[in-house]
Design a binder for this molecule. Structure first.
Ligand code: NAG
Ligand code: NAG
Ligand code: NAG
Ligand code: NAG
Ligand code: NAG
Length: 385
C-alpha cells in the first residue's frame, strides 16, 4: 500500500548518528530557496496545539496530546542579510539518507523566512486575504518540506497554517525546543494507514475549533472566515476528505495525493464535495484504471462545483514538494522526474495560486479551464474524466 500510486513513501526513523557526525564536519556551499515573487515577505510562528487524541495509532499507548501548527504569514519586515537554514538539522539528515543526497547538503539550504516577524496591520481575525490549511506528506516530509510553495502564496497575501503530527513525521521540534522522532511506519498495514488518515482529519477539526481563539490571543489579522484546505500526498487526500460536512472549509486542493479513507472509492453522488476542488499531480494520476490511481477517475464526474484536474509531464511524486528544487542543486535523488525543478516550481506556483485566487477571491484565470500555451507540459482533463 502506498499513499500515492507511484512511489515508495518516505520512511521515518532513519536518523543515523554517523550521518549527523559527518554533517558537523562538512558544510557545503549555502544555497537559498528561490525567492517568492509577491509583494510581502514571509513571517513564521510555531504553536503547540493541545489536543487529546485517544486513537492515535502511532503514539505511545495510542494517545497523543498535542500537534504542531506552523503559521506562515505576510510581513512588511525585510529579511536580514544572513539567510538561515530552513530545515531542522535532524530532519535534513534523515531526508539526505533516504533520498540519496550528500550528507550535510540539505542542512545548508537557506530561506528568507523570518521567525516571529511583525504581522501586517489590521484587526484580529480579519483580512482581505484568506487563510489556508496545509497538510504535509504521510510520513514526511513535514510542512517545512513544502516551504517554496507556501512562501509563494504568503508573499501574495495568504496566511498558511501547516499542521504537523508528532510520531508520524520523521522529526519535529516543538516550539519549546523538544524534538520528537517519528516511528517506523508499516506502509503495508492498511488499518494503520487508515488510522493515520483519521488522525489527520481529527487534528484538522481540532485546529479549526481552536483557530479563532488563537488568532484572538495573537491579535493577528488572519481571516477566520475564508479558509481553504490543501495538501501534498496524504495531506492532499485529507484536504479533500476534510471538505465533507465542514462548512468552515470552502475549497480543497490536492497535490499528487491518491484519495484515501472511506470515501476514497465512492462512485456516486455522495462523492460530491459541493465546493471548488483542484487536483494537480504527476503523470500516473490519469484515473483511467487501478494502476493509474482510479480515485482520480471516480471522484471528478460527481463534482457539482468547479473541479479541475491537471497532470504534469515529466514529474513524479517528489516533484510536488521542495525536492523538485533540491534536485536542481544536487541531481542525485533517483525518485524525482526529468522535469527541470525550477520549471516545476513555476508551474506549481502558477496553478495553485490561480485556483486559490479563483476559489477564495473570486478571480477567474484561463489556465483553470483548458490547456495552456504557456505551460504545454501540463495536461488538462475535461470534466468528464
Ligand atoms: C494502537 O493502535 C494500533 C492500530 O489500531 C493497534 O494495532 C495497537 O495495538 C495499538 N497499541 C496500543 C498500545 O494500544
Ligand atoms: C543511492 O545511491 C547509491 C550510490 O551512492 C546507489 O547504490 C543506490 O541505488 C541509490 N538509491 C536509489 C534508490 O537509486
Ligand atoms: C514541550 O512541549 C511538548 C508538547 O506539549 C511536551 O510534550 C514536552 O514535554 C515539552 N518539553 C518540555 C521540555 O517542557
Ligand atoms: C463509476 O460509475 C459509472 C456509472 O455511473 C460507471 O460507468 C463507471 O464504470 C464506474 N467506475 C468504476 C471504477 O466503477
Ligand atoms: C504530455 O503527455 C501527453 C500524454 O502522454 C502527451 O500527449 C503530450 O504530447 C505531452 N506534452 C508535452 C508538451 O510533452
Amino acid at each position: 500500500m502506498k499513499w500515492c500510486g507511484s512511489k515508495v513513501p518516505f520512511q521515518g526513523n532513519m536518523l543515523g548518528i554517523a550521518a549527523f557526525a559527518v554533517l558537523q564536519g562538512g558544510l557545503a556551499h549555502a544555497v537559498s530557496l528561490p525567492p517568492p515573487t509577491g509583494e510581502y515577505h514571509v513571517g513564521v510562528s510555531k504553536h503547540t496545539i493541545e489536543h487529546y487524541n485517544p486513537r492515535d495509532v502511532l503514539a505511545p499507548d495510542n494517545i497523543s496530546t498535542a500537534f504542531i501548527a506552523t503559521i506562515y504569514y505576510p510581513t512588511l519586515q525585510e529579511p536580514g542579510s544572513d539567510p538561515q537554514p530552513y530545515l531542522e538539522p535532524e530532519l535534513a539528515a534523515i531526508i539526505e539518507a533516504e533520498w540519496n543526497y550528500t550528507s550535510g547538503f540539505l542542512s545548508t539550504v537557506t530561506s528568507t523566512l523570518q521567525y516571529d516577524a511583525p504581522f501586517l496591520e489590521g484587526p484580529a481575525g480579519e483580512s482581505r486575504f484568506p487563510t489556508l490549511l496545509f497538510g504535509p506528506g504521510g510520513g514526511g516530509p513535514p510542512v517545512s518540506g513544502n516551504t517554496i510553495l507556501i512562501s509563494e502564496l504568503v508573499s501574495h497575501g495568504y496566511t498558511v497554517v501547516g499542521l504537523d503530527h508528532p510520531f508520524e513525521q520523521p522529526f519535529l521540534r516543538y516550539p519549546n525546543g523538544t524534538g520528537v522522532e517519528g516511528v517506523e511506519i508499516d506502509y503495508t498495514d492498511a488499518e494503520l494507514l487508515q488510522g493515520i488518515y483519521n488522525t489527520r482529519l481529527a487534528d484538522t477539526n481540532a485546529f479549526l475549533d481552536y483557530f479563532p481563539k488563537l488568532v484572538e490571543k495573537l491579535g493577528a489579522p488572519f481571516s477566520t472566515t475564508h479558509i481553504g484546505s490543501f495538501g501534498y500526498s496524504l495531506g492532499g487526500a485529507a484536504a479533500v476528505g476534510s471538505l465533507y460536512g465542514d462548512d468552515r472549509l470552502v475549497s480543497g486542493l490536492n497535490l499528487d495525493g491518491g484519495l484515501y479513507g472511506p470515501r476514497a472509492n465512492l462512485n456516486d453522488s455522495s462523492a460530491d464535495t459541493k465546493k471548488p476542488v483542484l487536483f494537480l499531480g504527476n503523470e500516473v494520476h490519469t484515473g483511467e484504471d487501478a494502476i493509474h490511481d482510479i480515485t482520480w477517475g471516480t471522484f471528478p464526474p460527481w463534482q457539482t462545483a468547479y473541479f479541475g484536474k491537471f497532470t504534469i509531464n515529466g514529474t513524479t511524486h517528489h516533484d510536488f514538494c521542495d525536492d523538485t528544487f533540491w534536485k536542481t542543486i544536487e541531481p542525485t535523488d533517483p525518485t524525482t522526474g526529468p522535469i527541470d525543478g525550477n520549471r516545476q516550481v513555476a508551474i506549481t506556483n502558477a496553478y495553485v495560486k490561480a485556483f486559490l485566487d479563483f476559489a477564495l477571491l473570486g478571480q477567474g484565470s484561463p489556465i483553470l479551464d483548458g490547456p495552456s500555451a504557456e505551460w504545454p507540459e501540463v495536461v488538462f482533463y475535461d470534466g468528464s474524466v
